[in-house]
Design a protein around this ligand. Structure first.
Ligand code: SAM
Ligand code: SF4
Length: 440
């Protein structure tokens, strides 16, 4: 009889795609997906350690799993991802009910580790060896998936002062372009219409390996039959070059949206973070993107309360948000992480101060998002359907080329992945509409 696996994924898209690969590996071992922990034989936590909060969430989940594990013989608990990589043996020692701890470079070992789980207790495999064999595993694709992520590189060489990624994901390694293209062709044949290229710093793709450049890679992917939309994440503002900016004017199927994390609007703080660009340089790139593709949408990440951040520095962050008017953004309170330079810096910002700055920044973003969404009302937009709407199962949900979420009442006669939707109203984070004129 097949066993069942329940995977809980924390953190970013890198973890999401790794979880899909784990699912593919486990399917080959005759595991089925469980829809809850209660019906699972194996619980796998794919963890995150980017901020302390993510780290605490996993630890409390592990506590809950102790009872689950002890309630029935043969149940298995496995922990993978960044916290597993960071904590390794310490994690296994603090949670003896965990059977397997495996790191970000040990994903391919999962089937073997599971086979041994009954015999060997508390196995730990967290070598940061640069192993990329998991790239050969096609991520699990549920039937009808219209948008899929494709890994183009792993790790990061930037060592931004606050960031733990280089320590838990290893040095930057780019994947071969022919391998990437072959995966894109395979998923396009299976009905995927949108690919999202994934890397921590996509603009430096292939430089170390002497591969084709990132713009060339995008051009080739954009020509794959069936691929109607191409996106990429994450672009580093320092490395975003003129040729890549030009692609937004060259390729119709490169979506008019870019995630361009600025982190702070203060040059002093950007320098202390080791980001390698100034606010003016960043804004010049934003202007060039807008000139190349009028209407392009922007999103960003911000950190408030970095060591030494003054009220003046923060005011510059607010000003940059006003200047760019992002469609959306993620903002975080600085969280000191082990091994990083910023964790040792003086000038800790008191929690009440960083909390207050965070809420001021987020309120400004709420206003901009609302205004940008309201301006969409009355317009017709192409929506790539991602599935049923969580609000109303009679409605569908999808995204516009600018990455806005749209819930809409479909035309029942139609069954194509891309629909033309008349936007009727705007909410805080999404749009609502009705399917209108047929597209073809
Ligand atoms: N590689 C991407 C980049 O450079 O923009 C992002 C990687 S990280 C997974 C996502 C975001 O988490 C970062 O852009 C940053 O805003 C935030 N982040 C990373 N480390 C952090 C820390 N120690 N405290 C608070 N936020 C952090
Ligand atoms: Fe972290 Fe900086 Fe690398 Fe992004 S570019 S993953 S923030 S070190």
């Amino acid at each position: 009889m097949s066993r069942r696996v329940y995977i809980e994924t924390y953190g970013c898209q890198m973890n999401e795609i790794d979880s899909s690969r784990m699912l593919s590996l486990l399917e080959a071992e005759d595991f089925l997906r469980a829809s809850s922990i209660a019906e699972a034989d194996l619980v796998l936590l794919n963890t995150c350690s980017i901020r302390e909060k993510a780290d605490q969430k996993v630890r409390s989940k592990l506590g809950e799993l102790r009872r689950w594990k002890n309630a029935r013989e043969g149940r298995i608990v496995a922990v993978g991802g960044c916290l597993a990589q960071q904590e390794g043996k310490r994690l296994a020692a603090s949670a003896p009910h965990v059977d397997i701890v495996f790191g970000t470079h040990n994903i391919s070992r999962l089937p073997d580790l599971l086979r041994n789980a009954g015999r060997v207790k508390n196995t730990v495999e967290v070598g940061l060896s640069g192993d990329t064999s998991h790239w050969d595993v096609l991520p699990y694709l549920a039937k009808g998936t219209s948008s899929a992520m494709v890994t183009i590189m792993q790790g990061c060489d930037n060592y931004c002062a606050y960031c733990i990624v280089p320590y838990v994901r290893g040095r930057e390694i780019s994947r071969g372009s022919s391998e990437i293209l072959s995966e894109v062709r395979q998923i396009a044949d299976r009905g995927v219409r949108e690919v999202v290229l994934l890397g921590q710093n996509v603009n430096s793709y292939g430089r170390k390996e002497g591969e084709i450049s990132f713009p060339m890679l995008i051009r080739r992917i954009a020509r794959v039959p069936g691929i109607e939309r191409v996106r990429f994440i994450t672009s580093h503002p320092r490395d975003l070059d003129r040729e890549t900016i030009g692609l937004f004017g060259e390729l119709d199927n490169l979506c008019p949206h870019i995630h361009l994390p600025i982190q702070s609007g203060s040059d002093r703080i950007l320098h202390a973070m080791g980001r390698g660009y100034t606010r003016a340089e960043y804004l010049r790139k934003v202007a060039a993107l807008r000139k190349t593709r009028p209407g392009i949408a922007f999103s960003s990440d911000f950190i408030v309360g970095f060591p030494g951040e003054t009220e003046e520095d923060f005011t510059e962050t607010l000003a940059v948000m006003e200047d760019v008017r992002y469609d959306s953004s993620f903002s975080f309170r600085f969280s000191p992480r082990p091994s990083t330079l910023a964790a040792t810096l003086p000038g800790t910002v008191p929690t009440e101060v960083s909390g207050d700055r965070l809420s001021r920044l987020q309120s400004l973003q709420v206003r901009h998002t609302r205004e940008i969404l309201e301006a969409c009302v009355g317009r017709e937009m192409e929506v790539l359907v991602e599935g049923k709407s969580s609000r109303d199962p009679g409605m569908l949900c999808g995204r516009t080329p600018c990455h806005k979420v749209v819930n809409f009442s479909p035309d029942r006669e139609r069954n194509t992945p891309v629909r033309l939707v008349q936007v009727m109203s705007a909410g805080q984070h999404s749009l609502s509409g009705v399917e209108g004129v047929p597209l073809d």
